[in-house]
Design a protein around this ligand. Structure first.
Ligand code: IVH
Length: 701
């Protein structure tokens, strides 16, 4: 639809309008240009599903046009992007009409925008204080569901707002969407409900891990994962994706005899009705308040806990609670006047990819890291991002010099969403993956089933240093005040060459370095000494055995009297341990068959490290008597890590999945598949966070 030259022209125009918005002196030509520019970006977003700007930037351009038009109403043309509801479709599923056009919401970014929204609504409705209902703005794929005579008859994507794609069969795979609901109880014969299909952060992470292990590339965010999943050809595959849905709006309904439905006279009432009929509406998340001030407080409160939610939200939606007032306020051609989205700080931005650095990790894996022009992204400045592997670079079509769209999903590490290949000018350079290790120069290898290239020289400097950094780190031996910087410094100065060397540092020489006064030297030495008594599971984790994470390290430590016991355990014996699969068993076995590793262990033992599995005698230790526990969903009073620590301190064990070996499942908010699975095993005690705390208390008294 657009030629490369046009695309490049729009790129320049985007930057120009962002830097120099339309103003009183702008010409009608410039106005026409801005409209064309918005149409272009809409096409990229809605039709191609391939935006070239971040949402925030698009919104800025759109607002500019709106503001200009409101001060020059005579210049508003019927074809202005402000005057319509989208227009094109992605054609792969059958196209069907929505009962009511699906409008989008106007956006706000700060308290002033909200105050402004409230002022206009009060003026138009001639009301002093408006009652608002506030709920999360779910970041997924929007849909409408139509129920007729209590049956789900159709599920439609947003499409262009007027028509969408019929994805009924796929949506029927989503468990949180009831196939039947007793609307007839309220006299309702037909109803259209709007909502959002989402993928929880944990399902997303699991899905990405699965993609990575299959050698495929991870997705940038749960939204892409959700909307991609909805378009799968095979509904069975959709079922495996663990999608979820929040329903938040009744857009149309008809009653049998035209009677009114009392419950549907307010938005909060509609959410309650949906909830009561078995839908996942934001019933617990919503809040009804009077006036705009408490709205501002609530959106800020929610923004602060955004990262703690089990799913992604990109803002909050503020809605006038009374439906009569909603009707009175009506809508512009683009947005309802009775609702506004409050968008959280942007977590998407565009920047330039300047170079690729190849880093060698402690397992020898060579990871390409993209170096970017620094860009501010939701609270942090990002200047480098891992681009995983060669395959990933190919799939994202990354080149040095490219403009790239980056995103930070939740609390996870930023990712490159895609390269903006249309902005290329021919000077971009293809990324060459090295054939030899960038640190020690030995040849790189790749296993067939894997996507990563590895340096297999175990003396490779990079690996040696990374292994030591891991050894001293917080979750491993937790040697305070050592840290990455000191490992690197001591290594470069020749004071440290391997893990046993950590316990034989030349303190006299270190004392002569700048920044190492007597006090800091004493602290360092004390921390190193203290680490010798760390429990066995920390040491096992600190050794950096491939595939052995913290949980597996605990299982391993509990399975032996002394670390040397592993030398005589074959793969089959290791496989009997909980959470130990073939890959892990192989890796542990080969670690303890390696002479160099055993020599290192002997040295560490002579240096005084704790090799025995000493059970902690904490308060009430063992009172949980080896019972197994698993937490699911969001806890309200405890952090997940605190709760797990409580279990372990009291002699219980944490499991990583639901099985018949599990004794207790502690269920927080929004628990999902683990709870469902546990319900089917009747030996598992399913308890709440409070009940868990009581259990711990009882055991301690
Ligand atoms: S209300 C007519 N409520 O945000 C009003 N929308 O641009 C219908 N969204 O397309 C929308 N969470 O996909 C509403 N709690 C929520 C929402 C929500 C997410 C999405 C929806 C819509 C877009 C607004």
């Amino acid at each position: 639809m657009y030629t490369t030259t046009q695309i490049q022209f729009f790129q320049t125009a985007t930057n120009q309008f962002l830097q120099l918005p339309l103003n009183a002196d702008s010409t009608t030509d410039q106005l026409a240009q801005l409209k064309d520019l918005l149409r272009f970006h809409e096409y990229r977003y809605y039709v191609l599903n391939d935006p070239l700007v971040a949402d925030f930037e698009y919104d800025q351009l759109f607002k500019q046009l709106q503001q200009f038009e409101s001060s020059h109403p005579k210049l508003i043309t019927p074809d202005s992007p402000t005057q319509r509801v989208g227009n094109s479709l992605n054609q792969s599923f059958q196209t069907v009409a929505h009962l009511v056009p699906m409008l989008s919401l106007d956006n706000s970014y700060n308290a002033d925008d909200l105050i402004d929204f409230d002022r206009k609504a009060r003026e138009l409705s001639e009301t002093d204080i408006i009652s608002y209902c506030i709920e999360p703005k779910f970041d997924g794929a929007s849909i409408s569901l139509i129920y007729e005579n209590d049956q789900l008859v159709r599920a439609i994507t947003r499409g262009d707002g007027v028509e969408g794609e019929d994805i009924t069969n796929n949506v029927k795979q989503i468990r949180s969407i009831p196939l039947t609901a007793r609307f007839s109880q309220f006299g309702i014969s037909q109803i259209e409900i709007r909502g959002e299909i989402i993928m929880s952060k944990s399902s997303f992470e699991k899905y990405n891990q699965q993609l990575i292990s299959q050698g495929a590339s991870p997705l940038a965010n749960p939204r892409n994962a959700a909307s991609g999943s909805l378009r799968m050809k095979d509904p069975k595959e959709v079922a495996q994706r663990n999608l979820d849905a929040f329903l938040y709006h009744v857009s149309y309904f008809q009653t049998i005899d035209g009677r009114k439905v009392e419950e549907l006279s307010s938005h909060a009432g509609a959410l309650q009705l949906l909830w009561d009929l078995g839908f996942r509406s934001p019933q617990k998340e919503k809040r009804v308040v009077q006036g705009i001030q408490p709205v501002i407080e609530y959106v800020l409160e929610f923004e602060a806990k955004r990262d703690d939610l089990p799913y992604e939200i990109d803002g909050m939606v503020v809605k006038v609670n009374s439906l009569a007032m909603q009707e009175q306020l009506g809508m512009t051609s683009h947005h309802p006047r009775w609702a506004i989205a409050y968008k959280f700080k942007a977590r998407q931005a565009t920047t330039r990819l300047r170079s690729i650095e190849f880093q060698v990790g402690r397992t020898g894996a060579v990871t390409p890291v993209a170096k970017l022009d620094p860009v501010y992204l939701g609270g942090v400045t990002v200047s480098s991002i891992s681009v995983h592997n060669e395959e990933y670079i190919r799939e994202k079509d990354l080149k040095i010099g490219d403009h790239v769209l980056i995103e930070r999903a939740g609390d996870v590490i930023p990712q490159i969403v895609k390269s903006l290949a249309d902005f290329r000018n021919g000077e971009e350079i293809a990324i060459q993956f090295p054939k030899t290790c960038p640190v020690c120069n030995s040849e790189l290898f790749k296993e067939e089933s894997e996507a990563v290239w590895r340096c297999i020289n175990i003396e490779c400097e990079a690996q040696v240093v990374e292994k030591m950094i891991h050894f001293v780190s917080k979750d491993a031996m937790d040697i305070k005040s050592f840290g990455e910087a000191n490992v690197r410094k001591f290594y470069e100065l020749g004071f440290l060459k391997d893990i046993p060397g950590i316990y034989q540092l030349p303190y006299d020489k270190i004392g002569t370095l700048e920044g190492f006064g007597k006090k800091s030297l004493d602290n360092l030495q004390a921390a190193i000494e203290a680490s010798k008594l760390q429990p066995l599971h920390r040491l096992i984790y600190a050794l950096g055995i491939r595939f052995v994470g913290e949980t597996t390290a605990k299982t391993l430590a509990n399975a032996v009297e002394n670390i040397y016991d592993f030398i005589s355990k074959d793969e089959a014996t290791l496989l009997e341990l909980e959470d130990v699969g073939v890959k892990v068993a192989k890796s542990i076995h080969s670690f303890f068959q390696n002479d160099q590793n055993i020599e290192m262990l002997h040295q560490l033992e002579n240096l005084g490290l704790q090799f025995k599995n000493v059970k902690k005698e904490a308060v009430g230790a063992d009172s949980l008597g080896g019972q197994t526990f698993l937490f699911t969903g969001m806890l309200n009073k405890l952090k997940r890590s605190e709760a797990e620590e409580m279990v372990e301190k009291n002699g219980g064990k944490i499991m990583s999945g639901v099985s018949s070996k599990l004794n207790y499942l502690i269920v927080g908010e929004d628990a999902g598949s683990k709870l469902e699975k546990a319900k089917k095993i009747n030996t598992i005690h399913i308890i709440s966070e409070d009940e868990f705390l009581q259990l711990i208390q009882q055991n301690q008294s």
